[in-house]
Design a protein around this ligand. Structure first.
Ligand code: NDP
Length: 249
């Protein structure tokens, strides 16, 4: 039981095959109580109910500061504390450079990068007060290798922004005993690709992966568990690759 007695907040946790929900299940097995946040409020509540009565789901659009602040208030009212924050929610769009409209740019930046910023701002005052916290931010191999897998250049830019933001947060929040780290998954089989990942593309991508398979949501959940738990108590500002060797650097 690596998270006994801890409260973990997971954004983007409602998607049935998603990384957030797989992580919520693993965290619950390790004794945590979970607050699932998602833009789909009913989905978040449903997911939490399926996990068990001690867990809760709340609607939250991470791209909206007021929504993040309201979610933080509801979480703290319900649980009394938040030990772990996974800024996991994200969207992608498989667009080429010249196809990206201002609206595409804004939405991908807003959910993936601004969302990490706003959600962290909503929980950091509480963590500071308790002088305790672990924040794990969702980036992507796309940030490190310049995309070329599924998301467009705006997705790579947003996820690269997450790396810089998280490292700067780690530096500033370290003295408050708040750790901030990132995970950078390769291609993980979830519904984020919206059915647009063809068998041909899947086979092509698999050829470039030393472990010879795409990732599962559980693979990322394991890395999140490590970062959330005291096993990583002296780790901050780190980036954990979960990519089967797709990028070794
Ligand atoms: P999913 O689409 O399964 O899960 C993402 C969840 O975030 C969905 O429930 C989605 O809701 C929700 N969401 C979308 N927008 C918002 C918002 N504004 N506020 C709150 N919640 C929101 O995708 P994954 O589990 O694959 O993705 C999780 C994270 O992992 C994302 O940040 C993604 O970019 C990242 N990632 C994924 C990889 C992969 O290959 N799958 C690889 C690298 C990184 P809805 O479904 O209604 O949009």
């Amino acid at each position: 039981m690596l998270l006994d007695g801890k409260v973990a907040v997971i954004s983007g946790g409602a998607s049935p095959r998603g990384i957030g929900l797989a992580t919520a299940k693993l965290f619950a097995e390790h004794g945590a109580r979970i607050a699932i946040l998602d833009i789909d409020a009913a989905g978040a509540q449903r997911a939490a109910t399926e996990l068990g009565p001690q867990h809760r789901g709340f609607g939250c659009d991470v791209a909206d500061l007021a929504s993040c602040q309201s979610a933080a208030t509801q979480v703290l009212d319900a649980f009394g504390k938040a030990d772990v924050l996974l800024a996991n929610a994200g969207i992608t769009q498989p667009l080429k450079f010249m196809e990206i409209s201002p609206e595409n740019w804004d939405r991908v930046m807003d959910v993936n990068l601004r969302g990490v910023f706003y959600l962290s701002q909503a929980f950091v005052p509480h963590m500071r007060e308790r002088r305790q916290g672990s924040i794990a931010c969702m980036s992507s191999v796309s940030a490190q290798r310049g995309g070329g897998i599924f998301g467009g250049p705006h997705y790579s830019a947003a996820k690269a922004g997450v790396l810089g933001l998280a490292k700067a947060m780690a530096r500033e929040l370290g003295p408050d005993n708040i750790r901030v780290n990132c995970v950078t998954p390769g291609l993980i089989q979830t519904d984020i690709t919206g059915g647009k990942l063809t068998d041909e593309l899947r086979a092509e991508i698999t050829k470039g992966i030393p472990l010879s398979r795409l990732g599962d949501a559980k693979d990322v959940a394991g890395a999140y568990l490590f970062l959330a738990s005291d096993l990583s108590s002296y780790i901050t500002g780190a980036v954990i690759d979960v990519n089967g060797g797709m990028l070794i650097h």
